[in-house]
Design a protein around this ligand. Structure first.
Ligand code: PS7
Ligand code: MN
Ligand code: MN
Ligand code: MN
Ligand code: MN
Ligand code: MN
Length: 359
């Protein structure tokens, strides 16, 4: 929709886009097509939170260093030249924090209203991350109740939905009514985060991180690690179904949120991750490979989804309908959540039917 004008960009702006490319795979392309008013603010928002997450994810940083870093990260954003080289060398996005000076330099140049939104969300997220990752119980046993799972996802993703919504409204490219619907922007974040946690279960387990709540997995296996043993294949699949059922609950609110967007580049930016997420959920449903290795939708599928997600809401709902039907088809009566999954699919289908009646 819009194109960056590289000839007019400063050196630090170019550096920020370099780190956007290096750290995001999926977000970089959609962010770079945002309306010029939002392009740099959203890029800096992304890089700030990516920096915060790179500190959170690094288990080699001792708690006494990590806690103040997470809690004070929002203050660091305005400290010209601040950077951090305390990540372990293998940490994926270490380079971003080593060269964080380009982010702080650009941060001080954007409209104070955008600075304030980024600062506020980074403060809330950093404190939320600190509460979790410094809790011994969470580190040893993972997430306990579904309520704790929702709160963790709210800190790392629901808050991103809030911050982006505030930016859209600030720029006048978002409907101010969206600000009063906190359940909607929270669902936008939670749906993405939950799909990420479902899909990455194997990778996270290999890193000794458990995000699936005990309240759910304990209904299927005695120990979390049993999910990865071939003799518990059916239990693992049923547990996965219950996690997917939990995530599906957010799908209708995501579509409702998308229905409130008017500007095309903002719509595309918001819609693409959501259609990718529903396609990923479909790929994961009753797919045992998830417990053995990392799975991903194919490049071809991703391309097709991108095209369908950058037109209008009708085509976006068609992507959702296609994957909801596919989930329904794979649903099995032997699954303890068979009925609930069928009802959850029905709820999404009915919502779509209410906005686009078939006759
Ligand atoms: C500011 C665009 C559009 C209203 C870095 C976009 C990690 C799922 O942990 O690398 O490496 O497996 O796949 C993004 C709502 C957040 C939620 C969250 C900031 C949608 C730091 C995305 C992204 C709100 C915490 C994927 C939340 O990362 O995960 C901007 C509206 C960052 C959004 C993390 C995860 C993002 C995530 P990991 P990924
Ligand atoms: Mn993290
Ligand atoms: Mn991460
Ligand atoms: Mn990551
Ligand atoms: Mn993940
Ligand atoms: Mn990832």
């Amino acid at each position: 929709v819009h194109e960056r004008n590289e000839s007019k960009e400063s050196e630090t702006t170019k550096e920020c886009f370099k780190y956007l490319d290096l750290t995001s795979r999926s977000f970089s392309a959609v962010i770079q097509e945002l309306h010029p008013e939002l392009l740099i603010p959203v890029t800096l928002f992304y890089l700030a939170l990516r920096g915060l997450d790179t500190i959170e994810d690094d288990t080699s940083i001792p708690a006494k260093t990590k806690e103040p870093l997470l809690r004070k990260f929002h203050e660091i954003l305005t400290v010209e030249g601040w950077h951090f080289d305390g990540n372990r060398p293998e940490e994926k996005d270490r380079e971003l924090l080593v060269n964080f000076g380009c982010v702080t330099a650009e941060f001080n140049k954007i409209k104070p209203e955008y600075q304030e939104i980024i600062r506020d969300i980074a403060e809330k997220m950093g404190n939320g991350m600190a509460d979790y990752c410094l809790n011994a119980e969470f580190n040893e046993n993972g997430v306990d109740k579904v309520e704790d799972y929702d709160l963790y996802c709210y800190y790392v993703a629901g808050l991103v939905g809030e911050g982006l919504t505030r930016m859209f409204v600030e720029s006048k490219y978002g409907n101010p009514a969206l600000l009063d619907r906190s359940n909607l922007h929270r669902s936008m974040g939670l749906f993405l985060q939950k799909v990420n946690i479902i899909r990455d279960v194997r990778e996270d387990f290999d890193d000794a991180r458990k995000f699936w709540p005990k309240e759910i997995w304990s209904k299927h296996v005695d120990k979390f690690e049993d999910l990865f043993k071939p003799e518990y294949k059916q239990q693992a699949l049923n547990c996965n179904s219950e996690m997917i059922l939990n995530a599906l609950d957010h799908a209708d609110e995501c579509l409702f949120y998308l229905a409130g967007l008017r500007e095309q580049s903002v719509f595309n930016f918001c819609a693409i991750p959501q259609t990718m997420a529903i396609a990923t959920l479909d790929l994961c449903f009753r797919n045992y490979a998830m417990f053995q290795r990392n799975i991903k939708i194919t490049k071809g599928q991703a391309c097709e989804i991108m095209i369908q997600s950058t037109q209008n809401l009708k085509l976006v709902t068609e992507v959702f309908t296609k994957h909801i039907r596919s989930i329904r088809k794979k649903n099995r009566p032997e699954d303890p959540n068979y009925l609930k999954i069928s009802i959850a699919c029905g709820k999404v289908e009915q919502f779509i039917e209410s906005i686009f009646p078939s006759q």
